[in-house]
Design a protein around this ligand. Sequence first.
Ligand code: ATP
Length: 227
Amino acid sequence: MGLRYGTEAEVLQGLDFRLERGGFYFLTGPSGAGKTSLLKLLYLAQRPTRGRIRLFGEELADAPREALPAFRRRIGVVFQDFRLVRHLSAFDNIALPLRLAGEDDRTIEGPVREMLAWVGLADRASARPPTLSGGEQQRVAIARAVIAQPELLVADEPTGNVDAAMANRLISLFEALNRLGTTVVVATHDLSLIASVSGARMMRLEGGLLSDPTGELRHPPTRGYRA
Ligand SMILES: Nc1ncnc2c1ncn2[C@@H]1O[C@H](COP(=O)(O)OP(=O)(O)OP(=O)(O)O)[C@@H](O)[C@H]1O
């Protein structure tokens, strides 16, 4: 599969990989290597300019545009720039995926409060994004991405704006979701974050190529691992 923007050279070249359902993957690589572009392919915001992409057992490279929202609802995304809804409170931003899934206010209240507490924002439930710090917005974005227990979670530098203790807390949320069956893909430069998740695999992008498409060469190596 390949991806180019306009007439530029390919940003991603000849990628050929599969993610195991229920796996936990880290995507690393230098700035500009194409990590965000690869994640966009995974959350269906971008189509490959050549080749195929199969997700949830369906061929999606040429799927009609109208077919995509139903697939996107099965994917939780933490965007690098958060993309919170400015006029909605932290509570309502986090509640969005549950509301989209048709849940009513009574069933939403408990899980959203629990999630707010987990990301340390219990007292900011009614705050709107422009009044939150970058780190607080990032925590709202993470809570929104995980609350509906998506089948696939895609997170772009999800701990870039928080301190190490909060990063560990957030990654443990991803691990809990992963234990429930969610496939997790996290792009990050933070090697200590990678080292903190046992059993995670690492995919490294460099110059538009995946140097380790199977994720077998993880960092740090875990003894006894078999692909
Ligand atoms: N919409 C776009 N139009 C044109 N070029 C783009 C677009 N998005 C990304 N690019 C280019 O594609 C290349 C890869 O960008 P991408 O954002 O995927 O890298 P990245 O690995 O996520 O970088 P970073 O770690 O800095 O976030 C860069 O050269 C970038 O300038």
